[in-house]
Write a protein that binds this ligand. Structure first.
Ligand code: SF4
Length: 256
């Protein structure tokens, strides 16, 4: 009988600084090739740490509260690795929940199609940088809730994308219902893990577009089943290398 042997794990001590404050982490990654999705729990933990540090460091209190899902109608840019993870999450759901979720994704896409935004959503690179804010506001104006929003709360809180974790505001929550760059004040973070996530895709097979809107996650992942595994240490290096140095362009919407 063949017995599956788990990959040996390698430990790494990582030290880095965010806004002059040092952070030490001990992480374990499989030595052999694994799906880039294996690094998402680390990306989530890292993001939570960076967000906590930012909240602690600033004077104004965070105004986001449980039960307020205003920002969950924004364009939510996610990495392709997260799109695959969301696709797997929905596929693993029991019926009728899975079908309910799939119908909500389709409904959000239909709304954007009807609004004439879908071509640009399928290729952010066609949206000029100077138009990103206006495009994000146009999307928000269509009032399409995220498929995971239920009773104004996130129904996948533990698995929510990195960019959702990074979005906190200190401005009056009433402004979130009709946000503008002038009225909504974000909590500034020392580093944005969301911008480093595209580095988890292997360079040669990385998609041309580093981000896609969350509402296209199921469609995109179904059309791109091929996923290149990489050794755990290589994934770790790619994530932290990108986080520390590479200046990726900001995506629109929540990520802007
Ligand atoms: S995944 Fe959750 S937190 Fe993110 S936009 Fe959707 S409902 Fe909101």
């Amino acid at each position: 009988m063949n017995q599956h042997k788990p990959d040996p794990l390698l430990s790494a001590n990582i030290e880095f600084s965010v806004d002059g404050r040092s952070v030490s982490l001990t992480v374990q990654v499989p030595a052999g090739p694994v799906s880039p999705q294996r690094l998402l729990p680390l990306a989530h933990a890292l993001t939570n740490t960076i967000v906590d540090m930012a909240v602690e460091a600033q004077d104004e209190p965070v105004s986001c509260a449980k039960g307020c899902g205003a920002c969950c109608r924004q364009l939510v840019p996610i990495s392709t690795v997260e799109a695959r993870a969301i696709h797997a999450l929905v596929q693993a759901m029991e019926e009728p929940r899975r079908s309910t979720l799939i119908a909500r994704f389709e409904d959000a896409c239909r709304r954007m199609e009807a609004a004439g935004l879908m071509d640009r959503l399928r290729d952010f690179s066609r949206v000029a940088r100077k138009d990103l804010v206006a495009f994000g506001l146009d999307y928000f104006g269509r009032g399409a809730p995220c498929p995971f929003l239920e009773d104004e709360s996130c129904s996948i809180h533990a698995d929510r994308p990195v960019v959702c974790r990074e979005f906190l505001v200190s401005s009056d929550p009433r402004h979130c219902a009709s946000p503008t760059p002038q009225t909504v004040r974000r909590i500034e973070l020392g580093a944005r893990v969301s911008r480093a996530l595209p580095a988890l895709e292997a360079p040669k097979s990385a998609p041309a577009m580093p981000w896609l809107p969350l509402i296209l996650a199921l469609e995109w992942a179904a059309a791109h089943p091929e996923e290149r595994e990489r050794p755990g240490p290589e994934l770790l290096q790619a994530l932290f290398g990108s986080l520390s140095g590479k200046d990726l362009p900001a995506p629109p919407g929540l990520g802007a």
